[in-house]
Write a protein that binds this ligand. Structure first.
Ligand SMILES: O=C1O[C@H](COP(=O)(O)O)[C@@H](O)[C@H](O)[C@H]1O
Length: 232
C-alpha cells in the first residue's frame, strides 16, 4: 500500500486544500457516473474541513453523504456525528446533498446497524471519497483497540455494510462501516492534526499488531492509495 503525505502550515490551509481535492473528486464522479458518494468521520478534527467543503460549487443534489461511523445516540445530542455533519457540512450549497444516517431510533444498536446496512446498500461500491480520522489510541472509524467485534470488522471477507462495535474507549455502543466498505474508496484520506497524532501515525506505520492499533489495517492493506492530510 502506498501513502502520500500532504502537509499544511495550519488547520485552515489543510481544510481548504482537502476541500478542494474532495470537491474535484466528487465533481469528476458526477461527470462520469451521474452521482457521487462520500463517507466522512466525526470527532473534533473535521469541522473546518466540513465548512470549507460546504461552500464548494458541486452538483450537490447528486451527492450522497454518509458517515464512516456513528455513536448509538440520538442525532440531537452533542456526541452525535450526524449532528456534527448536519451543523457543519450540510449547510450552504451542500444543504442540497442527500444524507444517509447510520443512527436509527431502533431498540438496539444491532437493529440500527441492520437498518443502516439496508439503507446504504446502494451507496459506495466503492465510495468516491472516504475521509477517515484517527484517535490517539490508533482507532479509525469505530475500529477500536479491544473492540468487541474488531477482528470481524477488519476481516476483508466481512461484507460491505454497517456493524456494531463496543469498546472501553468508545463510550457509547458504535455503528461502523466495515473495513471492506471503506478501503477501496476512489479517494481514501486520513485527516489528522497535531504533533501527538503525527507520533501516533509514526508508531502505526511501523509493523505491528492491528488489534493494538487498528489504523494499521488501512495503512498496510487498503486497496486504494492512502492520502494523509496533516497540519500542526
Ligand atoms: O470517535 C471518533 O473519533 C475519531 C477521531 O476523532 P478526533 O476527535 O480525534 O478527531 C473519528 O475519526 C471517528 O469518526 C469518531 O467517531
Amino acid at each position: 500500500m502506498t501513502a502520500a503525505m500532504h502537509v499544511f502550515d495550519n488547520g485552515a490551509a489543510l481544510a481548504e486544500g482537502l476541500a478542494e481535492a474532495v470537491a474535484s473528486t466528487l465533481s469528476a464522479a458526477v461527470a462520469a457516473r451521474g452521482k457521487a458518494s462520500i463517507a466522512v468521520s466525526g470527532g473534533s478534527t473535521p469541522k473546518a474541513f466540513f465548512k470549507a467543503l460546504s461552500g464548494k460549487a458541486i452538483d450537490w443534489p447528486k451527492v450522497t453523504v454518509t458517515l464512516v461511523d456513528e455513536r448509538f445516540v440520538a442525532p440531537d445530542g452533542d456526541r452525535s456525528n450526524e449532528k456534527l455533519v448536519r451543523d457543519n457540512l450540510l449547510i450552504d450549497a451542500a444543504a442540497a446533498a442527500q444524507f444517509e444516517p447510520l443512527y436509527y431510533p431502533a431498540a438496539t444498536a444491532e437493529d440500527a446497524a441492520a437498518a443502516a446496512t439496508k439503507q446504504t446498500a446502494g451507496t459506495g461500491h466503492p465510495f468516491d471519497v472516504v475521509i477517515l480520522g484517527m484517535g490517539g489510541d490508533g482507532h479509525t472509524a469505530s475500529f477500536f483497540p479491544g473492540g468487541s467485534r474488531l477482528a470481524e470488522a477488519l476481516d476483508p471477507a466481512t461484507p460491505r455494510g454497517v456493524m456494531t462495535m463496543e469498546a472501553e474507549g468508545a463510550g457509547e455502543p458504535r455503528l461502523t462501516f466495515t473495513f471492506s466498505s471503506l478501503q477501496d474508496a476512489r479517494l481514501l484520506v486520513l485527516h489528522i492534526e497535531g504533533a501527538a497524532k503525527k507520533d501516533v501515525l509514526a508508531k502505526a506505520e511501523a509493523p505491528g499488531d492491528e488489534a493494538e492499533m487498528p489504523i494499521r489495517a488501512i495503512l498496510h492493506r487498503a486497496a486504494s492509495p492512502l492520502h494523509i492530510y496533516w497540519a500542526p
